[in-house]
Design a protein around this ligand. Structure first.
Ligand code: SF4
Ligand code: SF4
Length: 180
């Protein structure tokens, strides 16, 4: 078998001084010094969130401040990693403004150590009560801290505009029907 010997070229005088390499490195450094900054001082500065961003799942209320979730448990059923746990509760008949709804969540927990931000819970919800919104940062010191309970979910979700006003319409229709 033929042996190929690769000749190693001796370094030139300039190469042996390392000056061209140092100058090349400094050129890159100074180029970045004057270039516009590409980094942010997080968490004081935060990136712009694009429309449709799917962050932490949250529960939302309707424009009247009522909880929209009717505890149907579809989201719990569909959630691939089983991150959602719901304890349904009955809505007392004497709650006038919610008398048309049978159930609401007594407890609603989302384990963010399990959640994969797939958005299926939002897709499947018939009441548009659960949304993946802008919140992208969740941290905690214990596993328990990483579970968002109902109060926290509503705090994160807030109130969203409701295009359908489904229950308002249903209630109005019932009242109209009773009047006749
Ligand atoms: S985003 Fe996906 S994984 Fe997270 S709670 Fe919803 S369905 Fe479950
Ligand atoms: S959030 Fe939506 S899908 Fe989940 S239990 Fe409530 S109403 Fe049903």
């Amino acid at each position: 078998m033929a042996v190929i010997t690769v000749e190693r070229k001796p370094l030139t005088f300039l190469e042996r001084t390392y000056l061209p390499q140092i100058a090349g490195g400094l050129k890159t450094t100074f180029k970045h010094l004057i270039a516009p900054k590409k980094t942010l001082e997080y968490p004081e500065q935060r990136p712009a969130i694009p429309v449709g961003y799917r962050g932490v799942p949250t529960l939302v209320k309707d424009p009247n401040g009522r909880e929209k979730c009717v505890s149907c448990q579809l989201c719990e059923f569909v959630c691939p990693p089983k991150a959602i746990r719901i304890t349904p509760g009955e809505i007392p008949a004497d709650q006038a403004e919610r008398a048309h709804v049978e159930k609401g969540p007594q407890a609603f927990d989302i384990d963010m150590l399990r959640c994969i931000y797939c958005g299926l819970c939002q897709e499947v919800c018939p009441e548009e009560a659960i949304f993946l919104q802008n919140q992208f940062s969740m941290s905690g010191y214990t596993r328990a801290e990483m579970v968002n309970h109902k109060d926290r979910l509503y705090e994160l979700g807030g109130t969203l505009p409701d295009a359908h006003h489904k229950w308002d319409k249903k209630k109005a229709a019932e009242e109209h029907g009773n009047a006749h």
